[in-house]
Ligand binder design. Structure first.
Ligand SMILES: *[C@@H]1O[C@H](CO)[C@@H](O)[C@H](O)[C@H]1NC(C)=O
Ligand SMILES: *[C@@H]1O[C@H](CO)[C@@H](O)[C@H](O)[C@H]1NC(C)=O
Length: 188
């Protein structure tokens, strides 16, 4: 009997807990989401073989060779490419992409890329660092792992899509989707 009463009291207590409104906490979370700072824009990356991008280490023999779309498995490539506002190489230069990629699929179509994108935009300066897989002929999403200056603590992703793969200079469209967590806007 005493046990049953105790149990009953506990149930009432738990019910009361469940009924306590959490609106206050939910409300403030919603408030922060509404004010989450984000920025979305596109730039164009131009890469000229043996001028802004070089094969540093040759990949393994026997697989796919060096073509417009493939590099041998294990190829180590390093680049420092200009980023411009339109697909025209002569358009305004607003950044550089420095990085490296290693061919990571046996068919020579995919690589693991790490890059630092330094940007000089009208209202934002600094760099974002990205890492991820790149497909040579399809759009690829690269998670942003962080940034510097105006991009300190930035999260989000960068989508890289081939625009023109013909000729010595190849062009990629780089779409930026940047999100500042609440603590980043407080820090700056
Ligand atoms: C780039 O340089 C390498 C090594 O000198 C050469 O084998 C290759 O043909 C060059 N590629 C182009 C596209 O000029
Ligand atoms: C690229 O821009 C330059 C300079 O603004 C211009 O002369 C040229 O015609 C443009 N090229 C194309 C393909 O639009």
């Amino acid at each position: 009997m005493a046990y049953a009463l105790q149990n009953y009291a506990l149930n009432i207590f738990l019910l009361a807990l469940a009924l306590i409104p959490f609106e206050g906490a939910c409300g403030s979370h919603h408030h922060q989401l509404q004010h989450l700072k984000s920025l979305h824009f596109s730039l164009f990356q131009h890469e000229t073989i043996n001028r802004t991008g070089y094969v540093i280490v040759n990949g393994v023999q026997g697989g796919p060779g060096i073509t417009e779309t493939t590099t041998p498995f294990g190829t180590l490539f390093v680049f420092q490419d200009p980023l411009t506002v339109t697909a025209n190489r002569s358009s305004k230069l607003v950044g550089i992409a420095e990085g490296t990629s290693i061919t990571s699929s046996l068919d020579g179509l995919r690589s693991i890329s790490i890059a630092k994108l330094t940007l000089r935009l009208k209202n934002h300066r600094g760099s974002v660092s990205i890492v991820g897989g790149t497909h040579n002929v399809k759009p690829s999403d690269h998670p942003i792992v962080g940034g510097t200056e105006d991009f300190l603590f930035v999260q989000g992703y960068v989508t890289s899509s081939p625009v023109d793969l013909k000729g010595v200079t190849v062009t990629y469209k780089i779409e930026f989707h940047l999100y500042w967590p609440p603590y980043a806007t407080h820090a700056s």
